[in-house]
Design a protein around this ligand. Sequence first.
Ligand code: ZN
Length: 288
Amino acid sequence: MKQPYLWPPSIRAAFCFTIDVDAESPQLWRSRNQPSLSMNELEQRCYGLREGIWHLLEALQRYAVRATCFVPVHEAETRPWLLEALAAANHEIGLHGVLHEVVSELSRDQFAEIVEKGLETVVRMTGFRPLGFRSPAWEMTPWAFEILQRAGLLYDSSLSGYDHPYSLGHIIEIPVQWPLDDAVFFRYAGTGADRWPPRATSETARSWLEICTGIERFGGSAVTTVHPWLTGRSGRIALAEALLEHARTTEGLWICTAGELAAYHARSANSGLFRESGIIPDRPPALL
Ligand SMILES: [Zn+2]
């Protein structure tokens, strides 16, 4: 039998509500070599920091839940009120690149500079030093963990190797999973490249609650990821509310931030029990 994750007495599982606070930076990064004049996706994304974030913040306040917000430097710099509003509501702020760069497309030096710029921005604007990083598009490389550790970060939250926190190379991993990311269900750019229409909010909420319940049943940590431009839409805020209602009414569930979860992992016996190398294995020799 697998060693169960060890929780404090009276806790049997954990729940985190995380927000990737992207507006236009993913689109700007994607089109960096060939700037685009398309307004459709741009305006959808900007909605997130005009309206969507306020819907999410209001719901979080109503349920008295602290979220973990991963914010690109570009969004923080272009909306000087943003980090202040998140910090004033007592949410955790984590790093999410400068222009939502995909880590595997960067050099080590570029990534180190981006991490430093993120730390400097959050400290300057809030007075708090971030503990964690979430990789845009959830892509990581083995060396990126080393750079995060050297920068003094405690955790990354981009990969899916367990259903609970684990140590990965030099860093603690707070695992996510695609079926608990709203981009999979709601992202619809309307450029003709979409492969399916956006899913119904009620159907998505039902599916997410099934997954959270499954993770909690096996003593894991359910880490949900929403975006202000997707779940923050007026017509979809019911997904956030369903999750918060679930978290508030489930017994034995620790509602925590990703930083609190990482700090717990670091000081508990779990940090020795769940430890992976973070090394990509050599390609095996060809059979023929
Ligand atoms: Zn993002």
